[in-house]
Ligand binder design. Structure first.
Ligand code: GLP
Length: 261
């Protein structure tokens, strides 16, 4: 198959464009994203969902937890799939992405162990375990929704620049830039050189994809992701292949680099 950007540009040209929402600020982005997650869980209480880690989704976690506590949202049957983890790091490690999710969402939302699918970052045979994780997603009925953040270099989950659109769960090398970015989450701790991540193909197979981005520092990358060529240099640009199954919520600052703004 011709895997050039042009081939995919042609394919995407025949698709619906992504659904774009530009909202005032971080809180409005968070509220709108929570509405999307809540809608998916309401229509399928056992929905299989991924939530990203990092600084962008912390408001979303809080909003979902608040709605669950008020009784307007029932998270007790949803299935949470982890997007990515540093290779060799277990969920309980201090420097671990899953740990962030446990502390900030899984425990406060009272999710049970049966509801959480950990990416097998400590497996003896990572390749076989990554394939098994893909099967676990299929057995859950496929992903109903993947919520994603945008890496400063255009990565999604840990699909770094160079990641092809058909990629699946696998071990990847992290860029120096992403290791430095992630180090800030843990007060400057050393970040492993590799990670296990679900692939771009895994994300594109989801029934709905939701990207949330906030802040002016990502405005240039948002423009490339939505208006630049679809290319492995900007992994997030591949999400346009999902057409209108792909929804983007930006605050004004993140949208400020888009043409016509
Ligand atoms: C991290 C994660 C991504 C996350 C992104 C953005 O490295 N692997 O899943 O979405 O970078 O992080 P932040 O929201 O802190 O900008």
């Amino acid at each position: 198959m011709d895997m050039t950007g042009e081939y995919f540009e042609e394919q995407a040209a025949s698709l619906e464009p992504p659904v774009l929402h530009v909202v005032a600020d971080y809180d409005a982005m968070t509220a709108r994203a929570a509405d999307v997650v809540a809608g998916v869980v309401r229509s399928r209480p056992t929905a299989a969902i991924t939530l990203p880690t990092g600084s962008t989704p912390t408001g979303l976690y809080r909003e979902l937890i608040a709605r669950a506590k008020q009784g307007s949202l029932d998270l007790s049957r949803m299935q949470l799939f982890c997007l990515d983890e540093y290779l060799g790091r277990a969920p309980e490690d201090e420097v671990s992405l899953t740990r962030m999710l446990i502390d900030e969402f899984i425990e406060p939302a009272n999710l049970s162990e049966e509801q959480v699918h950990y990416i097998p970052s400590t497996a003896d045979n990572p390749r076989a375990a990554a394939d098994a994780y893909e099967n676990e997603i299929v057995e859950a009925g496929g992903l109903d929704l993947t919520v994603l953040g945008l890496g400063p270099n255009g990565h999604i989950a840990f699909n770094e620049p160079g990641s092809p659109p058909e990629s699946r769960t696998r071990v990847v090398d992290l860029t120096a830039e992403s290791r430095e970015q992630n180090s800030a989450y843990y007060g400057g701790a050393e970040i492993p050189a590799q990670a296990m991540t679900i692939g771009i193909g895994t994300i594109l197979a989801a029934r709905r994809i939701l990207m949330i981005v906030s802040g002016e520092s990502k405005a240039g990358m948002v423009r490339q992701m939505l208006e630049g060529p679809m290319t492995s240099d900007v992994p997030a640009s591949w999400l346009r292949l999902a057409g209108s199954r792909y929804e983007v919520i930006l605050d004004e600052a993140a949208a400020s680099g888009l043409s016509g703004r």
